[in-house]
Design a protein around this ligand. Structure first.
Ligand code: SF4
Length: 258
């Protein structure tokens, strides 16, 4: 699948999650520049893209922001140069009028940052949404888009029971796909301060592999597509990593043992 990724930095975010790396946001271009760059690149390219994918930020936090992001690519959709649009956003920023814009502008895949089904874990992670928001967003998205849950394991305050629940509740809601990420401590995050003050301890590699394998097995058995396990290796990530269960082939280690 040929995907053109566009990173939107923190466009539309009203808060800052404890694990979100601000230095990354500073390195990524302002979202308008990223949109212009993507537009010119696709215009000049001879390739056909299966999807243009917008990652990061909260593009659905305002109707105007969402339209500004999607509008430039409508012409490529019409002439078949891109076949679909993917956006990634927060569950509490999805409502009927946002859904209508997503439909009108040809969005085919919507990824939502669920992270955990525990309200306490979400609160300690400063996510600013609840389990109820996830269920409400799911009701609005299901059957209309390819819906992807982004999930994390090893968040602050999380116990094994929370980890089990996040897997089992995902299986019962049955989104089209999932991404599953062990939490990493990155530079410039609130999580780094929590880690250095001793109030947060990341999962060990053994624990991260155990839960990721368990999640992978459960999702596959339920017919849910597993799009990604663990962050992809990159020069940027190795520079920013403070602590946590990371290795370049984490996903392969998880899938390889099945
Ligand atoms: S919603 Fe996403 S981009 Fe915005 S602060 Fe949280 S993790 Fe970062």
């Amino acid at each position: 699948m040929r995907i053109y990724p566009v990173f939107l930095s923190h466009a539309g975010c009203r808060q800052r999650c404890v694990f979100c790396n601000q230095r990354a946001a500073e390195r990524i271009k302002p979202w308008k520049e990223s949109i212009e760059e993507a537009f010119h690149y696709i215009q000049k390219s001879n390739l056909v893209y299966d999807e243009i994918a917008f990652y990061g930020g909260t593009p659905t936090s305002s109707e105007n922001l969402l339209k500004d992001i999607l509008q430039p690519f409508q012409t490529f959709l019409k002439i078949g140069k891109i076949k679909g649009i993917r956006i990634s956003t927060r569950p509490d920023e999805i409502n009927e009028s946002i859904i209508q814009i997503l439909v009108d502008y040809g969005v085919s895949t919507v990824e939502i940052g669920v992270e955990s089904f525990s309200d306490e874990v979400l609160r300690l992670s400063k996510r600013g949404h609840t389990e109820e928001d996830v269920k409400r967003a799911h009701e609005l998205l299901k059957g209309r888009f390819r819906e992807v849950f982004q999930l994390m394991v090893g968040l602050p305050g999380e116990t094994d029971r929370h980890r089990e629940e996040t897997i089992s509740k995902t299986v019962s809601l049955k989104p089209w796909g999932v991404r599953y990420f062990p939490t990493l401590v990155l530079r410039g995050t609130e999580l780094q301060k929590m880690y250095e003050s001793g109030t947060y301890q990341p999962l060990s590699m053994e624990e991260a592999l155990y839960w990721s394998r368990r999640a992978y097995e459960s999702f596959m058995a339920a017919g849910i597509a597993v799009l990604q396990i663990g962050l992809h290796s990159s020069e940027f990530l190795s520079e920013e990593l403070v602590a946590g269960p990371y290795c370049g082939n984490f996903g392969e280690l998880v899938r390889g043992v099945m």
